[in-house]
Design a binder for this molecule. Structure first.
Ligand code: ADP
Ligand code: MG
Length: 920
């Protein structure tokens, strides 16, 4: 499509937007929707920061009793940290720690809406165990509150007491930690050396983050950003997998204590409105931990503070939300925990009861600076929203005053496609303007933003827009509330988002494009009015908006609960009686329990009948097995952890293969480049053919990884020999890196993605070692040296300026140290199958090339085909005249496009299924 056609189309789409402004000279456009919207959302906010009781019951929030009127509990006066070091020493430490703060940063912080409420927040946290803070996105909750609390002495140096901040998304955890590090004058946590011990601590500042497969904290960390998943992992604690019998009582008690989050004085549960399953779990568990720590502390005080026992401090909880659902959270924390009895370390029932009483939970409201946002809806439903998005962005660009654009899209693929299209048009804009004798439009800067992007990409998003340039951020719903992008004036909203959808009865979870809720649509629109009046273009009609559900459904009602159930059981909690914010569907829960029993992670214990005689009710109890505990300790899904354990039982070679494959599958990015261009795609397919393994996609992916490693080995050896001669080492190394890069390009291997996989693989390798899952590339020498060189594989490399490519990653895993490669990958496929019977399928005689999962009930469950991208797709098999038996397959995921497809597919033997079925 030429620019002209695009703009002609843009014109048409403009018409369909009702009263869209036609030229830059038009003043703020008015639309019939504007008033209504303004009233309902943007103009009716409270006048200023209000400490509860809220000024006028704002926005329908009933006022709650002020916290000061609450009876003060004995603990109220105990401030967690200064009690350790004495006020003077503590404040000296804080002053000292913050001495590198840039005064200009202080100025910009002072301008944030939340700053005027600083003292009120600190006071509320001091006087209440739990505080709910509500505030518009961008008001400063996430970046400022941890700093307020740090400055107020809630963190302490010795013993370590941290302020923890949880985030549902990895990108938010990393980017916010880095932002807060800048604000606190601390070193960037993303460039911490990936080593353990002193060297790392010396380089570490007060702010760190921890996300799956990437721990950027040190002993210096006092403000820690982490994903919900990571804090859940900490709550499981370090129970060694062998310690499951009741004889190890004392060590078990101390292990249980280790999961009371004792290193945290405050836990901030952020973005609670997103209601992810993990956030819900964290809410319930944090509540229980808070009560238990209170009871422990009370009993420590009652016993006269024995000096031989470590002091247990209380846990302050702050729940933060960007939407008006504060009461939900406040009510939840106000009531006693129902999950406290199970497995509590406190045996004194009276102390427990005293600590588990009703609480007063104040709600604080932070008003963001929200300007008017003019709303535009399409007049007719858009046929192709990606097209409509393209046209709308171009149209804004050529007709509206300066200001950056934020486009809400569904996922990485759509974002990449639109980014390419926009790049194309933007290069043609000057010529077009000249031909039309129009003033040359500004340049366009396209900045994608999705979960799989590394820190370097987010620089482009958050960095200042260059002069005479309009930034267009193409984002998934991570930009809805977690992340604030400065400079946005225009928002384009497609009204859709990718969500996990789990259909009970199928045991398969899929990512599906879903309509967003009205609440989410308002959040998206609100991104436009941060700095001045903005405009929001919805690629759907007003009617369609009104038909959207008011609020999104919590993940707990639409997701696979197996991982959550396993984690809860590992913490000694009963998933059926757990203190859920929203109780999960009993059927879904049952299914997950059955799945875990089938995987051997859970067992049902029925108490011996003589107990019944004593009047105790003989209820069957779910108990975690040794395998289950091992599974819970592995930071991958129950299916993968079970596969890994099954692999280890088949010997260290299979264990290494499965571990490496899990690393490949856990990466957000594909390690093979999949060009959209038809010509390039064929070239890529030819390149891929050199890696193809007859058993299917799993082994093929592994072959890609191992081919890369072999190439990197080769290059590293060559570099070593050459630099031992007289050649300049730096030059030789640079050539080596280029050689490897060229190899990747020629083979359509995504080098960044492979490096990410290698990073994950290293983390998994450490975890496997800890869990005694022997792999054949384990040996004592692979420690710091390899890890530190492997650090260059993380995304941070591009930031530090030098691209220390993965040259020296692999030499320690030289092939002679490995076991014999299992060329057929039989053990690997069998182990995979053991973890996920639900993803095994058989070919159906009824229609050609269709499959059905073996676990779906007769008649029920849909059939599907193999995705065209698979090496087992019938077209490819025909081309190479392969006569492989694809009667039984194992797949990673089902995707729904025009029909249902299975992605990442491998051949399995029907006999293996039989074996598994008769195993137990
Ligand atoms: P909230 O949590 O209330 O949504 P944040 O604390 O995340 O707000 O952000 C507060 C303000 O800090 C934002 O409005 C923005 O101006 C600024 N900010 C946040 N993150 C960044 C960043 N990475 N780079 C630059 N400015 C940022
Ligand atoms: Mg926030």
């Amino acid at each position: 499509m030429s620019l002209d056609t695009a703009l002609a189309q843009a014109k048409r789409s403009r018409d369909s937007f009702g009263s869209l402004p036609s030229s830059p000279s038009t003043s703020v456009p008015s639309s019939p929707n504007k008033k209504k919207h303004k009233k309902s959302k943007y103009a009716n906010a409270p006048s200023s920061f209000a400490h509860s009781p809220l000024s006028n019951g704002i926005n329908g929030l009933p006022s709650r009793p002020s916290s000061s009127s609450a009876p003060s509990s004995p603990s109220r006066k105990q401030l967690p940290s200064p009690s350790h070091e004495g006020g003077g020493a503590a404040s000296a430490w804080i002053r000292d720690a913050l001495k590198a703060v840039d005064p200009r940063i202080l100025e910009s912080r002072a301008a944030l809406p939340i700053t005027s409420g600083k003292q009120a927040i600190i006071d509320a946290v001091r006087s209440s165990d739990t505080v709910v803070i509500l505030g518009e996105t961008g008001s400063g909750k996430t970046t400022q509150i941890p700093q307020f609390l740090f400055e107020a002495g809630f963190a302490s140096r010795q013993p370590v007491q941290m302020i923890g901040v949880t985030q549902p998304r990895r990108v938010a955890a990393t980017s916010l930690a880095r932002r807060v590090a800048v604000e606190m004058g601390q070193p960037d946590p993303a460039v911490l050396p990936n080593v353990k011990g002193k060297a790392r601590t010396a380089a570490g500042g007060l702010v760190g983050y921890s996300i799956r497969f990437e721990d950027r904290t040190t002993r210096n960390t006092r403000v820690k950003f982490m994903t919900d998943g990571m804090v859940l992992r900490e709550m499981i604690g370090d129970i060694s997998p062998v310690q499951t019998s009741s004889s190890a009582m004392t060590s078990q008690t101390s292990a249980l204590r280790s999961n009371l989050l004792l290193k945290y004085s405050v836990l901030i549960i952020d973005e609670a409105h997103e209601r992810t399953l993990r956030t819900d779990q964290v809410l319930g568990l944090a509540k229980r931990i808070q009560r238990e720590r209170k009871a422990l502390r009370q009993s420590w005080i009652a016993r006269g503070k024995p000096a031989n026992e470590a002091e247990i401090t209380e846990l302050k909880i702050i729940v933060m939300s960007a939407t008006l659902d504060a009461n939900r959270f406040a009510d939840f924390f106000a009531t006693p925990s129902t999950a406290l009895r199970a497995n509590a370390t406190v045996t004194d029932a009276r102390a427990l009861a005293a600590a588990n009483t009703k609480q007063e939970v104040p709600i604080l409201y932070v008003k963001g600076r929200q300007h008017d946002v003019a709303m535009f809806h399409t007049e007719e439903p858009a046929q192709e929203w990606t097209d409509a998005a393209l046209r709308t962005v171009l149209q804004i660009h050529v007709s509206r005053p300066p200001g950056d654009i934020l486009v809400f899209m569904t996922g990485q693929d759509e974002i990449d496609t639109l980014a390419r299209a926009l790049e194309l048009y933007s290069s043609e804009l000057p010529a077009w303007a000249e031909a039309e004798s129009k003033p040359t439009p500004m340049s366009l800067m396209i900045a994608p933003l999705y979960a799989a992007l590394g820190p370097s990409a987010s620089l482009k998003v958050f960095g200042p827009t260059p002069p005479r340039t309009r930034k267009v951020v193409l984002a998934t719903n991570i930009a809805e509330t977690s992340i604030t992008i400065p400079g946005i004036v225009f928002v384009v909203d497609c009204g859709l988002a990718k969500e996990k959808v789990y259909t009970p009865g199928t045991a398969v979870e899929t990512l599906q494009v879903q309509e967003i809720s009205q609440s989410a649509a308002r959040q998206r629109a609100g991104r436009a009015g941060r700095e001045r009046a903005g405009e929001c273009y919805r690629l759907y009609t007003q009617k369609a908006f009104e038909a959207l559900p008011l609020a999104g459904t919590p993940e707990i009602v639409r997701t696979d609960l197996a991982a959550a159930v396993l984690q809860l059981c590992a913490m000694g909690q009963d998933p059926y009686t757990f203190d859920w914010l929203d109780t999960p569907d009993p059927e879904g829960l049952q299914e997950s329990v059955l799945q875990l029993i089938q995987l051997g992670a859970l067992d049902i214990h029925t108490p011996p009948p003589n107990k019944e005689a004593k009047g105790e009710k003989a209820t069957a109890r779910l108990v975690l097995t040794g395998i289950g505990m091992k599974m819970a300790m592995l930071p991958v899904s129950p299916a993968y952890s079970r596969s890994l354990i099954a692999a280890a039982a088949r010997g260290p070679t299979v264990a290494r293969q499965v571990r490496d494959l899990i690393a490949v599958l856990s990466s957000d990015r594909s390690i093979l480049v999949e060009p959209t261009d038809q010509e390039k795609r064929e070239e890529a397919n030819r390149a891929k053919a050199t890696f193809v393994h007859p058993s299917g996609d799993h082994a093929t992916l592994l072959c890609v990884l191992y081919a890369y490693l072999a190439e990197a080995d080769k290059v590293a050896m060559l570099t070593k020999t050459r630099s031992q001669g007289s050649a300049d080492r730096k030059v030789v190394e640079k050539e080596g890196r280029e050689q490897l890069k060229a190899w990747c390009q020629n083979h359509y291997v995504h080098q960044k993605a492979v490096k990410n996989v290698l990073h994950i693989r290293n983390q998994l390798r450490n975890i496997c070692r800890q869990q005694k899952l022997a792999c054949d590339d384990d040996h004592p020498s692979t420690t710091t040296a390899e890890l530190s060189s492997d650090d260059s594989n993380s995304d941070s490399d591009s930031e530090s300026g030098v691209d220390r490519d993965g040259l020296f990653v692999t030499h320690k895993v030289a092939s002679e140290e490995r076991g014999e490669e299992d060329e057929s990958f039989v053990g690997m496929r069998q182990s995979l199958l053991e973890g996920r019977i639900a993803n095994a399928a058989l070919k159906q005689p009824s229609a050609p090339n269709t499959y059905k999962r073996i676990t779906s009930a007769a008649g029920a469950g849909s059939t599907f085909k193999i995705h065209p991208s698979s090496t087992l797709h019938p077209s490819k098999m025909a081309r190479e005249r392969a006569s492989r038996q694809t009667d039984a397959i194992l797949f990673e995921e089902l995707v729904f496009t025009t029909q249902t497809f299975a992605r990442t597919v491998s051949i399995i033997e029907p006999a293996w299924l039989q074996e598994l079925a008769t195993r137990k």
